[in-house]
Design a protein around this ligand. Structure first.
Ligand SMILES: NC(=O)c1ccc[n+]([C@@H]2O[C@H](COP(=O)([O-])OP(=O)(O)OC[C@H]3O[C@@H](n4cnc5c(N)ncnc54)[C@H](OP(=O)(O)O)[C@@H]3O)[C@@H](O)[C@H]2O)c1
Length: 349
């Protein structure tokens, strides 16, 4: 079976990374790539690293151009997806890299995004512990999938095992993330200029305003946290690395939980997961070790003096944080081998 695929937003960072992964997928034919202001230009004018796709020309992003494929990836700015998803009713599988279809709560949508609340779709993080198993089961055979927010999935994967096993308390979570500017996309913004970023660490969306907060809460509720019992302090800090997220999250230890029970919560959750790496005790990940890889790498520390568990997780925002999650979800939804075309190894240095 060969799936014919269209990728919109193909001139951007997320679209480019989806194409890089799909280019080596044996069950996929990339038939159509679309963009907005760059329509009409060769794909390689915007993605010169995608040499094997040099024959493709960017087409305008319209429902007509996107129709007629087995799979459509939407990698568009926030708010742009819903207009196409309605028109793609007969497309067997649509995967949105944007936030439009991630939130189930209309209240959260109104508070953090505003405007009409699009339908929630299956959340594209297969490894997440959810009631009765893993999110993977909700992706098998799915026809509409919302790929995750990169920061949100990194923090959710960090904390969900402890929540699901009941060894941490969700009412006092603190997450601080070092993030690279590629997470904000390719379009020019003054705060993302090299002169603003190099040699500096710049916090943003401080104090509970970041749009990934409700997405993390939603994932932790799915893992078993009480819906009114989650308090999350979330602070991203822009740092001078192109790709990567290093998320340090901590939460209080549930009274009575032993060190063995705490460690076992994460070991059990991720023992059979090829793309979530739990490092040995005392070892913590670096972003450099996951660049280009579809891997969330994490280390946990049990800090009895602070009575908290601290989880440090490293993810490439463009791979495991977006494109890798999207392709992994496509594989599951299409009945393909889940790991197909997803790199375990990164690039170094
Ligand atoms: N970057 C990440 O690490 C990351 C992680 C998780 C999720 N995401 C999500 O992925 C989506 C794309 O992000 P990105 O980082 O790839 O952004 P980006 O680099 O700015 O790319 C945006 C793409 O959308 C196209 N576009 C712009 N305005 C459009 C419009 N009105 N209609 C149709 N297409 C339009 C652009 O085409 P032209 O260049 O031709 O104008 C470009 O191809 C966003 O929803 C983002 O939240 C990104």
């Amino acid at each position: 079976m060969t799936l014919s695929v269209a990728v919109s937003g193909a001139s951007g960072y997320a679209g480019g990374e989806i194409l890089r992964l799909l280019a080596s997928h044996p069950d996929v034919q990339i038939r159509t790539v679309t963009a907005h202001s760059s329509a009409g230009q060769p794909l390689v004018a915007h993605q010169p690293h995608l040499r094997s796709l040099a024959h493709l020309v960017l087409q305008p992003t319209t429902p007509e151009v996107l129709a007629g494929h087995d799979v459509v990836f939407l990698a568009l700015p926030h708010g742009q997806s819903a207009q196409y998803t309605d028109a793609l009713g007969s497309t067997p599988l649509v995967i949105d890299a944007g936030a439009d279809h991630r939130l189930t709560s209309a209240e959260d949508w109104a508070a953090f995004y505003g405007g009409p609340h699009p339908d929630p779709w299956a959340y594209g993080v297969p490894e997440l512990p959810v009631a009765g198993g893993k999110q993977r089961e909700n992706l098998r055979g799915a026809t509409r999938i919302a790929a995750p927010g990169c920061n949100a999935s990194t923090v959710a994967l960090s904390l969900a095992p402890g929540v699901a096993a009941g060894v941490i308390v969700a009412s006092d979570i603190v997450s601080v993330l070092a993030v690279g500017p590629s997470g904000a996309g390719k379009s020019a913004k003054t705060n993302l200029l090299a002169s603003e970023i190099l040699g500096s660490a710049n916090p943003y969306a401080v104090g509970g305003t970041h749009r990934h907060i409700p997405e993390i809460r939603q994932a932790l509720i799915a893992a078993g946290a009480p819906s009114d019992g989650i308090r999350l302090s979330f602070t991203p800090v822009l740092v001078p690395m192109s790709r990567g997220i290093l998320a340090t999250s901590s939460a209080p230890i549930r009274e009575g939980a032993t060190d063995a029970e705490i460690r076992s919560a994460w070991e059990t959750a991720y023992a059979d997961e090829p793309f979530v790496e739990l490092l040995p005790e005392g070892v913590f990940p670096r972003t450099a070790d996951v660049l280009g890889a579809n891997v969330a790498s994490m280390g946990i520390a049990i800090d009895r003096a602070a009575n908290r568990v601290t989880i440090v997780a490293a993810v490439d925002n463009l791979v495991k944080g977006t494109a890798g999650a999207a392709v992994q979800s496509m594989n599951l939804a299409s009945g393909l081998v889940e790991t197909t075309a997803l790199p375990l190894n990164g690039v170094a240095p």
